[in-house]
Design a protein around this ligand. Structure first.
Ligand code: ADP
Ligand code: ZN
Ligand code: ZN
Length: 830
């Protein structure tokens, strides 16, 4: 077997002897190809080749990682190639997940092998790639100077220094290096191509252990060896490191003892514990009447087939307690439970509560884990050692085979949508997985997505309500301040109103905590030249730069492009740049100026890059070493801090003006959620909501915490304009570095769509094809962006249309220079 080793590894083809195949298997290959493939299984692999194991398989001129899905076509066929190796001793996912993978690939129009690759913990895929180096001939040609094009010369110059893969070469040269050019250089003997295997780095951490061997007599052993043996006999078996700690310099004698048969050395997989501090067990509280009712309803449905519940509970109504009771009941009936939570800001807290209740039966899956830790968590679930998993969106693929319930907390949260690679919604997949397993799906939120509430109204989901806060604490009192009145003021008074300032002073004087929310990071989001009035813009994106004071730089929030804070105006060269627009850094500075005594912290993307920084910020809040927390939407997410009695929303309008049909929904959810952070303890909370649009419907609905009113109005818009959840959408996103060719590709794609519709009006007449149109952000990181939007009231027809489009124009979707990305049920429309 191939040992999964880190980094480069070269495997000669001759290493794999191809015996004749004993039977055939269906394999999904981790490559951008549609469909599955049949491979033969040679004799030596017959026992190991079961569904769910990874194999190494020849693919075209390469070798690739594949996943066995089940028996394949007939093994007698001549053209069937044999697999080259089996990479695992047992399945890395349960066979019961295969239908789920197939559904996902089919629905999201993504290659099945890449779906499985995305589902597995990172680093489990081997792939083959070519690296290039210069030959002696190539060096001579380079020195001679003649017979090379400009690009050929630059390629060879790079390769004269170091061996590079095609992708690295492209990066270093800063332009596309066409494959045919490399092949031509290879034929001319100027460069050499080597085939490398990479990846597959994730594996169990091995620890060396010792136990007593078969030899019985200790006669003739030195006192030192005797001491080693006695220690071992007393303990049964020990890690070698522990043995060496108990008997100094034991390691030096192990080999001799092993050879004489006195002991055995073996290795054992080590479990990397991702948890930090110990958490004392909790005792479950008595449920409130509403909680009890919800728990009874869900538990009555457990084990009785598929059903989806939407738990609509106001902020701080005790939803987590409901989840824990339901999970406990699933466990009691011999099934496991999967709990999805939004990104890591929340997982720490939910994880704490679940661990306090369930201890070591829990596995966690999130991005703060190292690759090895994640692999270990995965393995614990696979083996049935962990019965509950808590994780972020990718945990929807946790390798359970016996799920009783899948819980999705804060189901409206945007972080359940995966952008890039396999585009999917973990919330939607959670419901699909529950359906396939005949399990219960439990979605919860104080501000349900329009989609889920629509499903309640249409009878697909069952609504459960927790209409009151725990202990009947009141919802916070929300006061609206009209920012237009502050327009002519200067300094902090422009964005921190007197009302907010006074409320903060009172809160701090009572020793309580305040949370200030602004959904934009940095210091000034709109730097403008004082001389000529042009704004400082990103060189690679259609967007203005943001000044970050701490970093002393202007930064682009889309591509990371950065200029020093001393930069001058591109248009006129003036160094006088006005720092207009605000961000969390500016708010923090203003609070420091207004309240020099207060202990202030900031939580946004800039302050939480380091591993563990979110946890330490939250710890500061919990232990009350922080008085004021300033932050972006990271602070809105589900946190439960009883001493926060004041929430200040600096400017409620930032997300309202986005050119996206969900702008109103996002604004309502964000405001209602952030307001819900106030008054969760014994003291009542207050919220000061500052806005330039006090009359706006979404803002008024958030002020009144009136989800129903918001829903009725918003669903009316969606119905009138045929937007989701009433209709279904697929977005095709076209991007490329060349503006002309990107536009042409978009137009060609639009033409293909219209031609297909015209050819089959009986099937596709009810489909809306919108575009191609330039994206709202027309350029990001040097890529020009276009969109085609497909929309229909009939989801089935929409998907059939998309499948036909892919089948009839595969080259459009496989092109590499102008990429076309398929986003089913898109979430971010810009
Ligand atoms: P939500 O998720 O709905 O915002 P939480 O689950 O965070 O609410 O609950 C809010 C607080 O109430 C938490 O501190 C929780 O421990 C507490 N709590 C929940 N249920 C009960 C109960 N039945 N009795 C007492 N306290 C409870
Ligand atoms: Zn200027
Ligand atoms: Zn940029």
């Amino acid at each position: 077997m191939v040992s999964p080793e880190t980094g480069f590894q070269s495997l000669p083809i001759s290493h794999f002897m191809t015996a004749s195949a004993a039977f055939a298997v269906e394999v999904a290959v981790a490559m951008p190809v549609r469909g599955t493939f049949t491979y033969g299984v040679p004799e030596p692999f017959v026992l190991a080749a079961v569904p769910g194991v990874r194999v190494l398989a020849p693919f075209g001129r390469r070798r690739a990682t594949g996943y066995i899905l089940g028996p394949g076509g007939s093994p007698g066929q001549k053209e069937i190639k044999p697999i080259l190796d089996v990479l695992d001793e047992g399945p890395v996912f349960p066979a019961s997940m295969i239908p789920f993978f197939r559904w996902t690939a089919d629905y999201y129009k993504h290659p099945l092998g890449e779906v499985i690759e995305a589902a597995l913990p990172g680093g489990m895929t081997f792939f083959e790639c070519a690296a290039f180096s210069i030959t002696e001939n190539g060096r001579r040609q380079l020195d001679g100077g003649g017979g090379l094009t400009e690009l050929e010369r630059r390629v060879l110059e790079r390769l004269a220094r170091v061996r590079l893969r095609a992708r690295e070469l492209r990066k270093q040269i800063g332009q596309e290096v066409p494959g045919p050019l490399l092949s031509a250089l290879e034929r001319r003997g100027l460069l050499a191509r080597q085939v490398l295997m990479r990846g597959g780095a994730a594996k169990p951490l091995q620890e060396r252990w010792a136990r007593a061997g078969a030899a019985t007599s200790a006669d003739g052993l030195s006192p030192k060896k005797r001491a080693v043996l006695e220690t071992l006999l007393a303990a049964g078996e020990l890690p070698v490191s522990e043995l060496a700690a108990r008997v100094p310099r034991a390691a030096a004698h192990l080999r001799a003892l092993e050879q004489a048969g006195h002991l055995e050395i073996f290795s054992r997989s080590l479990y990397r514990d991702p948890f930090g501090e110990p958490i004392p067990p909790d005792s479950p509280p008595t449920l409130t009447a509403a909680q009890d009712e919800a728990v009874k309803n869900v538990c009555a449905a457990l084990g009785k087939g598929f059903r989806t519940f939407l738990l609509k509970g106001v902020t701080s109504s005790g939803k987590t307690e409901v989840y824990m009771r339901v999970a406990a009941e699933a466990l009691a009936s011999g099934r496991s439970a999967l709990v999805l939570v939004p990104e890591i800001a929340l997982i720490s807290q939910t994880e704490r509560r679940f661990r306090a209740r369930f201890g070591e039966r829990i596995a966690v899956l999130h991005s703060a884990l190292s690759g090895g830790e994640r692999f270990d968590q995965w393995t614990r679930i696979l083996r049935g050692e962990a019965r509950i998993a808590i994780g972020v969106r990718s945990a929807v693929f946790a390798p359970f085979s016996d799920l009783g319930v899948i819980i999705v907390d804060e189901e409206h949260d945007a972080s359940y949508k995966q952008e890039g690679g396999l585009h999917y919604s973990a919330r939607d997949l959670a419901v699909v997985r529950a359906q396939q397993l005949k399990a219960v799906a439990l979605l919860g939120s104080a501000t349900p997505s329009l989609q889920s509430y629509y499903n309640v109204r249409t009878g697909k989901y069952t609504e459960l309500a927790l209409p009151q806060r725990i202990e009947e604490r009141p919802l916070p009192d929300i006061r609206v301040v009209d920012l237009r009145q502050l327009r002519d003021l200067r300094g902090p008074g422009r964005f921190i109103s007197d009302e907010l300032k006074h409320a903060m002073a009172e809160t701090l004087s009572r020793g309580e905590q305040a949370l200030l929310f602004l959904n934009r990071r940095g210091y000034a989001s709109f730097p403008v030249c004082a001389a000529c009035g042009s704004s400082l813009r990103c060189r690679h994106c259609d967007i203005s730069l943001t000044l970050h004071q701490a970093a002393e730089a202007y930064r682009c929030h889309y591509c990371g492009y950065s200029r020093p804070a001393t930069a001058v105006c591109d248009a006129c060269g003036s160094g006088k740049i006005k720092r207009l627009g605000m961000g969390t850094e500016k708010v923090e500075a203003a609070v420091r100026a207004l309240f020099p005594q207060a202990r202030i912290a900031r939580m946004d993307h800039d302050t939480t890059r380091r591993k563990g920084s979110i946890l330490s910020l939250l710890k500061g809040l919990r232990e009350r070493t922080v008085d004021v927390l300033v932050g972006t939407q990271m602070v809105a997410k589900g946190h439960d801090f009883p001493a926060i009695t004041l929430v200040g929303i600096i400017c409620a309008d930032l997300s309202l003006s986005f050119p996206d049909f969900r702008a109103g929904e996002r604004t309502f959810q964000l405001l209602a959620q952030v307001a819900g952070r106030a008054g969760r303890g014994e003291r009542p909370g207050q919220v000061i909501l500052q806005t330039y649009n006090p009359e706006n419907f979404n803002i008024r609905a958030a002020r009144d915490q009136d989800f129903e009113a918001f829903y009725e109005k918003e669903i009316g818009f969606r119905k009138a304009l045929s937007y989701p959840p009433v209709a279904r959408m697929i977005q095709l996103r076209i991007s490329g570095r060349d503006p002309q060719r990107t536009r042409q590709t978009a137009e060609r794609l639009g033409g293909c769509c219209r031609a297909l519709q015209a050819a089959e009006p009986e099937n596709f007449a009810a489909l809306d094809i919108l575009g191609p149109a330039e994206a709202a952000l027309a350029r990001i990181a040097g890529n020009f962006r276009w969109q085609v939007l497909l929309k229909s009231l009939n989801g089935g027809a929409l998907h059939r249309f998309m499948d036909r489009l892919i089948a009839e124009h595969p080259q459009v979707f496989a092109a590499r220079s102008e990429r076309v990305v398929i986003d089913v049920d898109p979430f971010f429309m810009m």
